[in-house]
Design a protein around this ligand. Structure first.
Ligand SMILES: Nc1nc2c(c(=O)[nH]1)N[C@H]1C(S)=C(S)[C@@H](COP(=O)(O)OP(=O)(O)OC[C@H]3O[C@@H](n4cnc5c(=O)[nH]c(N)nc54)[C@H](O)[C@@H]3O)O[C@H]1N2
Ligand SMILES: Nc1nc2c(c(=O)[nH]1)N[C@H]1C(S)=C(S)[C@@H](COP(=O)(O)OP(=O)(O)OC[C@H]3O[C@@H](n4cnc5c(=O)[nH]c(N)nc54)[C@H](O)[C@@H]3O)O[C@H]1N2
Ligand code: SF4
Ligand SMILES: [Mo]
Length: 745
């Protein structure tokens, strides 16, 4: 009876929230999760684990967790909910959503998700089974996480690419084909804190142990910048100018890979002409980085063979995220570092198993071109933004929130909120989203824990299972693996389980195809030839050599294009430095720099009043966005909502370490605890996001303290440029900081 069973599974959220795919060993005794360890044999993490995974027992059995479906019985915000059965809850969703569909059309329901995790599959499945085109990462202004980078690469070279740390081959860095990058540019990312976008952060330090040298581009010192050959402490939001300046150096000094460019690239001359518009004096003035440092960084990168860039979300968060990403991607293209060992390796979902559609190709293969076309007719933002219409299948978040308030061009009546705490972290302009959600007739939240969003707007709460309690799949990127359920908690159900059941109610045809979640997972797994049962218990799989989802140099072997010819998956078959697709969409085919929406240059008067640039959202290793604030082991490591401020700036403002201060701009004010530290640029303050205080009153008007501490009150929405991607000033809002006056504590 007292035996321990070990479940070998993988992580992809919920709890511990992450983009990573670590191998986990879940120790279960008497039906209870008692311990979590890293799987030593797992190629992803090789036994290592982050604090969030190590604290999983505290997450799974936390007393605050939702254990049963609950419907609201008091007013919104009063916190009065009543336990109901799953049947009652699902009946309620079916009835309310169907009524809205009959009266206003399916498009009147928005399906809102947060970041990656494993939610994309279940939520798009439910949204499309119901018939709504409005699957949205609601609140994330300009879809400014990952999508701009994805879009830039898909339209430039037809595929996503990522630093090669040996993650696509079973033997990892010991694989005979592999060699580590000679130089790594860590650009707008802190890999150690985040395991971002399917990339295990410590792979960068693993490469360093194998000799990789670093260039770091960040307004703030990190563990990596303190160990770099070159650290460029740039002005936030000026990355496009920096990249164009580096391209200029590389091209004018002849440091690019001429053979590769001649054979595989389109539009080099045009790019060279564009880059020439960015001489280093100009770039230095824009970026605050000395010209010589930019030149040296460019030379270090271009002369190294191989070299790779590891980049982060601040690139997406500029108003023209797509073009910034395009400029950076051109660096690895013209230096011949694409899909070579230790370079920028093309990342495809293992065996082309689509968990959720990352690209147009995947969208079409899952749902068919006709369906996608039909969805586009009503999808929010698709008529306005051509790139949006031709990519990924997500509605435009800024237009969505505006439409929730205005009802124009058609009314939005309900919101399905699954894996996002909009009011606690995801949404820019918190108040606007709060009002928009209150404007809905019916809001359903599927979550594990109470939070400001559930408290303020939920009419129905459905309890979600954690990673230890669910079956799911993961192919982002290699290896292909599945998650196994090790324990049960209350009546919690997985997102797949909930959404499959509802999808069948809205589309009874599905009953013939899928009885259980496993049937659905097996269906998704079909391209691999494996089944759930073959992959469980830690039987992850890598694709074979010389197949489209395994490196290297696939463009030479005809493995990337649907017509099987050599080249890339672009209209011309070449790497389009000059994007013919962007040209077709009336966008600039070449990368360019624009000033952040508010800055010393674009809005000098505002900058006089609010002289500091607020960079929000640097990741904390113990939190995932707004998650984990209630987990004791984790909260102890990072207890307070802080603002990092340079000693010189703090002195000028009379602020000392540990003191509570006010950060304010035209949009509002918040309070934070000052951390006086030289790691930030003197003209920049760094403010972590996702803060709410679960230990305080959750009901209105306090809502766990968000109106006092959520930094997104100071950030407005706004799609950036013609792409519809790239958002509000999450990393570039202008603010002033002052001491708290008496009575404000
Ligand atoms: N100021 C500022 N704001 C930012 C950012 C920034 O840099 N600065 N970053 C932005 C970015 S890049 C992103 S992607 C967004 C992310 O924003 P979100 O993805 O919305 O992240 P969370 O705030 O953690 O909200 C996730 C919620 O889902 C629940 N949850 C977690 N896993 C699951 C699951 O598997 N199933 C279900 N049903 N529920 C689950 C959690 O309990 C939590 O309440 O935030 C954005 N917000
Ligand atoms: N532990 C943990 N891991 C996470 C998350 C989490 O909340 N917690 N969130 C996940 C999600 S959804 C995402 S999108 C990723 C994001 O993770 P990252 O991509 O690493 O993003 P940030 O932490 O916002 O910023 C990374 C670095 O960029 C710097 N930076 C800020 N603005 C700029 C700029 O304009 N230019 C440049 N060059 N640098 C800038 C910051 O100072 C910071 O050091 O992390 C994922 N992983
Ligand atoms: S880094 Fe992410 S995937 Fe790895 S253990 Fe932590 S939460 Fe899980
Ligand atoms: Mo993100």
């Amino acid at each position: 009876m007292n035996e321990v069973t070990i479940f070998r599974t993988t992580a992809w959220s919920p709890g511990p929230g992450c983009h990573g795919g670590c191998g986990l060993e879940l120790y279960v005794k008497d039906g209870r999760l008692v311990k979590v360890e890293g799987d030593d044999e797992h190629p992803y993490n090789r036994g290592r684990l982050c604090p969030r995974a190590l604290a999983l027992t505290q997450y799974v059995y936390h007393p605050d967790r939702f254990l049963y479906p609950m419907k609201r019985v008091g007013e919104r915000g009063e916190g009065k909910f009543e336990r109901i059965s799953w049947d009652q809850a699902l009946d309620m969703v079916e009835e309310r959503f169907s009524k809205i569909k009959d009266t206003y059309g399916a498009e009147a329901v928005i399906f809102a998700q947060g970041t990656g995790r494993d939610i994309g599959g279940p939520i798009s499945f439910l949204c499309y089974s119901f018939g709504s085109p409005n699957w949205v990462q609601l609140g994330l202004a300009g879809h400014s996480c990952y999508t701009p980078r994805l879009a830039a690469m898909m339209f430039t070279h037809g595929d996503y690419a990522v630093l090669d740390a040996g993650q696509f081959v079973p033997e990892g860095m010991d694989d005979p084909e592999y060699e580590p990058p000679e130089v790594i540019v860590v650009w707008a990312q802190n890999p150690a804190a985040g395991c971002q976008d399917g990339f295990y952060g410590h792979w960068v330090s693993d490469c360093m142990k194998k000799g990789s040298k670093l260039v770091v581009i960040d307004p703030r010192w990190t563990w990596f910048s303190s160990r770099a050959e070159k650290f460029l402490q740039l002005r936030p939001g000026t990355d496009a100018a920096l990249a164009l300046g580096m391209l200029n150096v590389i091209i004018s000094e002849g440091l690019y890979d001429k053979d590769f460019v001649d054979t595989w690239c389109l539009g080099f001359e045009e790019l060279a002409a564009r880059a020439a518009e960015y001489p280093l004096e100009r770039v230095s003035q824009i970026t605050w980085v000395p010209a010589e440092d930019i030149a040296e960084a460019a030379r270090l990168y271009a002369k190294a063979k191989p070299a790779a860039i590891q980049w982060g979300v601040p690139i997406d968060m500029g108003p023209s995220g797509t073009t910034i990403a395009q400029a950076i991607a051109h660096l690895w293209s013209i230096t011949g570092n694409l899909d070579v060992p230790g370079g920028q390796v093309i990342a495809r979902a293992a065996f082309d198993v689509t968990t959720y559609p990352f690209s147009t190709q995947e969208l079409h293969s899952l749902y068919g071109e006709e369906f996608v076309k039909r969805m586009n007719e009503k999808r929010i933002g698709a008529a306005e933004f051509k790139l949006l219409k031709n990519f990924r299948g997500w509605g435009q978040p800024d237009r969505a929130v505006e439409q929730m308030l205005s009802g124009d061009p058609y009314p939005i009546k309900a919101c399905w909120i699954q894996t996002t705490n909009m009011l606690g972290g995801q949404a820019a302009d918190t108040k606007m989203h709060y009002q928009a959600l209150l404007n809905m007739d019916f809001n359903v939240v599927v979550d594990c824990f109470p939070n400001p969003t559930t408290m303020a707007v939920a009419d129905l709460i459905l309890p979600a299972a954690s990673i230890a309690e669910k079956e799911s799949l993961r192919s982002w990127w290699s290896p292909l693996q599945v998650m196994m359920s090790a324990v049960t908690v209350g009546e919690c159900r997985s997102d797949w389980e909930i959404n499959l059941e509802l999808a069948k109610r809205f589309n009874p045809e599905l009953r013939k195809r899928f009885d259980t979640v496993k049937d659905l997972i097996d269906d998704r797994l079909k391209p691999s030839g494996y089944t759930f049962d073959e992959l469980k218990d830690g039987h992850w799989k890598f694709p074979e050599k010389d197949t489209p989802t395994r490196p290297y140099r696939r463009y030479e072997k005809g493995l990337l294009r649907p017509d099987k010819k050599p080249g890339f998956r672009t209209p011309s078959g070449k790497i389009e430095l000059y994007s013919t697709s962007f040209e077709e969409f009336d966008m600039d085919p070449l990368p360019f720099f624009t000033e952040p929406p508010e800055s010393e240059v674009r809005t000098p008067q505002l900058a006089e009043k609010y002289p500091l640039v607020m960079v929000t959202g640097r990741r904390s290793p113990v939190y995932f966005h707004s998650e984990h604030r209630q987990i004791p082991w984790l909260r102890e490591c990072d207890p307070d909502p802080t603002v990092e401020i340079h000693p010189q700036t703090a002195q000028e403002l009379g602020i000392s370490e540990g003191e509570w201060v006010v950060i304010h701009n035209e949009r509002g004010r918040i309070k934070r605890k000052a951390r006086v530290t030289p790691i930030v640029h003197p003209r920049v303050v760094s403010v972590p996001h996702g803060w709410w205080l679960p230990e305080t009153q959750g009901t209105e008007p306090n809502l766990y303290g968000i109106w006092d501490i959520n930094c997104n009150i100071l950030v407005n929405i706004g799609p950036g440029d013609d792409s519809g991607y790239g958002g509000g000033p999450y990393k570039t809002a202008l603010v002033a900081v002052k001491k708290l006056s008496q009575g404000e504590e």
